[in-house]
Structures are given as C-alpha cells and as structure tokens.
Design a protein around this ligand. Structure first.
Ligand code: SAH
Length: 191
C-alpha cells in the first residue's frame, strides 16, 4: 500500500519497487545478518525488503505516525506470505536520532521542498552506521563528498536511476515527471 495522503513538506514519495529491488540486491552483503536502519522509512518498502534479505534486525524510522500505520500493515501482509520478519517501526525525527547500526538503507527527502532535508538524513546515517546505502537526487556528488570527508567515510556512486513519478501532490502539474536519482554507498574508514 502506498502513502494514502502524501505530505509535501515531508517529501513523501515511495521508492518504485523495481528500484527498491535493485538497490537492496546491490546492498545484500551489507544487509544479511546485520542490524539495519531505514531512515524516513515511509511505507516501509526498504525495511520489509531488508527483512526479507536476511537482516538480523531492521528498524524503520519515520516522523509521521500515519505512514507508520501503513508500514505496519505492509509488514503484516508480507509476514502473512513469508512468516515473521525481524522488522520494527519507530516514530522519531531523524534529526534527534542517536543509534548504532551496521548499515543504513534509505531513500530520504532530497531537499526539493525544504532545503537541507537530505543533509539531516545523511548526517544522522553517518552518526549511527558503518555503511550507508542511500538514494539521493542526481548531482549530489559534491555534497556527498564534503560530508563523507568531514565524517571519515569513503564513498562511491553505485548507480544512476530515472524515477518516473506519478502526479501525487496538488502542486504537480504533469501526470508523470522524471526525476534523476543516484544510489550511493558510503563506508566508514575506521569501523
Ligand atoms: N523511504 C521510503 C519513503 C521515502 S519518502 C521509501 O523508500 O518508499 C521520505 C520519508 O521521510 C517520508 O515517509 C517522510 O515522512 C519521512 N521524513 C521526512 N522528514 C523526516 C524526519 N525529519 N524524520 C523522520 N522521517 C522524516
């Protein structure tokens, strides 16, 4: 189930399933047997996917309680098919979040509506995890490089995607819009 009433200020867009599958497959080695956090988990597609790929524990975090209700319903649906998964959803603002995880997987806001929204997420991820897989708007290389260097991470841009987003919010003028997105992997120099 998708966002029932997506909130523009929270940039609520779900990861297209084909992109989620590709991303999680690439990240598989950093997910299996690991503690994984999904920051800005939305409806939980990445959290549930990471659970299915054998994560030891997955914690999906979102500031919006309504979206967490959908995430829990989606989890329940998958558990009905695949059996219990070690996935939990927590209500928190990532800017206030302190945690320890092996890996973060995330598709956060890109800062299209609120400048710097992506920075808050990447900073939180780099605070808490040894490895970070994140989607970000295209041309984020300089931003990723600056933050990674500051926090002691190496990084690579693993893949570029084009999202075809449906008209889901009142200010969208066209039925569909393409958004260029890149997948990054960051890894801490001294774990
Ligand atoms: N990761 C999901 C959803 C992406 S949309 C997916 O892949 O489908 C971005 C999500 O970030 C939304 O669910 C929004 O509610 C959440 N979000 C925005 N700002 C936040 C913040 N400060 N703290 C936690 N979650 C936030």
């Amino acid at each position: 189930m998708d966002f029932p009433a997506p909130k523009p200020h929270l940039e609520q867009y779900s990861t297209p399933p084909n992109v989620a599958v590709r991303m999680l497959n690439l990240a598989h080695g950093d997910i299996e047997g690991r503690v994984v956090f999904d920051l800005g988990c939305g409806t939980g597609i990445l959290s549930v996917g990471a659970g299915l790929l054998g994560a030891r524990l997955v914690v999906g975090v979102d500031v919006d309680v309504e979206t967490l209700r959908v995430a829990r319903a989606n989890l329940k649906f998958s558990e009905g098919v695949f059996g219990n998964l070690p996935v939990h959803f927590v209500n928190a603002d990532v800017s206030q979040l302190y945690f320890r995880a092996d890996t973060v997987v995330m598709n956060p806001p890109f800062g299209m509506r609120k400048r710097g929204a992506d920075r808050v997420f990447l900073e939180a991820a780099l605070r808490g995890a040894g490895v970070v897989w994140t989607l970000l708007g295209a041309e984020s290389d300089p931003f990723v490089d600056r933050l990674a260097t500051e926090k002691g991470f190496a990084w690579e841009r693993v893949m570029d995607f084009v999202f075809s987003l449906r008209k889901t919010m009142y200010f969208h003028k066209r039925e569909r819009r393409s958004v260029r997105v890149s997948l990054y992997r960051l890894i801490r120099f001294h774990p």
